[in-house]
Design a protein around this ligand. Structure first.
Ligand SMILES: *[C@@H]1O[C@H](CO)[C@@H](O)[C@H](O)[C@H]1NC(C)=O
Ligand SMILES: *[C@@H]1O[C@H](CO)[C@@H](O)[C@H](O)[C@H]1NC(C)=O
Length: 356
């Protein structure tokens, strides 16, 4: 702590110094509320709470409506930016931020998509509040990696639902990746020391870098992702694919088409895992059907075909009964870390004011 203060102090002269003190009492009562993680999938959401004493409890599951599912599949397919070419479109593009701001001021969704999202987020909030019996104002949301995902729309949906995200607000990104939350949910990549953030960072810097393959066989989508990460807060993937046609919901009953379906999953795994070049350090299974026996056989076969590795042992590190709930639990675990970070930052600012 001393060292950090010493590093920060020389910067003080160049900064605006904040003199107001944050009331400590309020901080304490706040930290007694459980951290709430919410996993937004392509067709439903699940939530979990993590208490101060370390206990994690699964809370609710809320099915999404058709509009939300349609939005997710649109976002999974493509990134649709405004076409700003030509005088008319250019004008429209210039006016768009103004239009959004005006709608925000009126308390309206800034876009149709954020309206769709906010309807769902509100339902999720009510379900959590009903389950907990208290009101909830902050959550840790996690979401799949979709090319078209718009942080501004999701942030607007949270605002409209009266919720804040606990995510470190450094990059205007309210959500974490679902894969990272799953990693944390399995107990990987998060510091033990929850009270002191610099200790936490030191601890996380000692962790080994790993190549991790995430396989998410969910109700309405299948995705495969390879990430290289040291701790659970690092979002960097070098191979990723999501397919909305390859969810469990679309698994055919009849033999021939069923075999064709599995062959497509096999194909996606070959493609994504091919980027690994050698056995991954871990395989993390996610999704409602991530522990499905037929699916696991396909995974084993595909990994043998592409890298000639037997991944049976790696797969058995995933607890079948937990696979579907892993992400929300891991997300709940992120909450405390984010809170500690904020408190730490505030302490640093207090140190600056005092030193001056
Ligand atoms: C942890 O706290 C929660 C909520 O206060 C409680 O329900 C749970 O039983 C506690 N668990 C342990 C192991 O003390
Ligand atoms: C599963 O996905 C289908 C198609 O996307 C959707 O209609 C259905 O509501 C979803 N069911 C659950 C339980 O999420």
């Amino acid at each position: 702590m001393k060292l950090l203060a010493a590093l920060v102090v020389p910067l003080v002269g160049a900064r605006v110094v904040r003199l107001e003190q944050t009331p400590l009492v309020q901080e304490h009562t706040q930290s007694l509320a459980p951290g709430i993680g919410v996993h937004f999938t392509t067709s439903y959401a699940t939530a979990a709470a993590k208490y101060e004493n370390g206990t994690t409890v699964d809370l609710v599951r809320v099915e999404a409506d058709a509009d939300y599912i349609e939005l997710m599949s649109r976002w999974a397919r493509s990134w649709k930016d405004f076409d700003c070419e030509g005088p008319v479109n250019r004008l429209r593009c210039e006016l768009e931020p103004i239009r959004r701001e005006a709608r925000r001021k009126l308390g309206l969704p800034i876009t149709r998509d954020s309206g769709t999202l906010s309807k769902f987020v509100k339902r999720v909030r009510s379900a959590i509040e009903e389950e907990l019996g208290t009101s909830v104002s902050t959550i840790t949301p996690v979401a799949p990696q979709l090319v078209g995902w718009l942080n501004s729309d999701f942030q607007d949906a949270l605002d409209l639902a009266g919720l804040a995200s606990s995510r470190l607000d450094s990059n205007d990104k309210p959500t974490y990746w679902d894969t990272n939350a799953a990693f944390a949910g399995l107990g990987h990549g998060l510091c033990e020391s929850e009270s002191d953030f610099s200790d936490c960072l030191n601890e996380e810097r000692q962790m080994p870098y790993e190549h991790v393959l995430f396989l998410d066989f969910d109700n309405s989508s299948f995705s495969a992702t390879v990430q290289y990460l040291q701790h659970a807060d690092q979002e960097w993937s070098y191979s990723n694919r999501i397919d909305m046609e390859l969810g469990w919901w679309n698994l055919p009953v009849f033999e021939v088409s069923r075999a064709r379906f599995w062959a497509q999953i096999h194909e996606v795994i070959l493609e994504v895992a091919g980027a690994l070049q050698r056995a991954p350090n871990k395989i993390v299974l996610l999704g409602d059907h991530g522990a499905n026996a037929e699916f696991l056989d396909v995974v084993k076969a595909a990994m043998w075909d592409v890298l000639e590795v037997d991944v049976s042992l790696m797969l058995s590190a995933n607890q079948a009964k937990d696979v579907g709930k892993l992400v929300a639990r891991g997300a709940a675990g992120f909450t405390r870390r984010a809170e500690t970070w904020r408190n730490w930052k505030r302490t640093q600012e207090d140190v600056e004011s005092i030193e001056l």
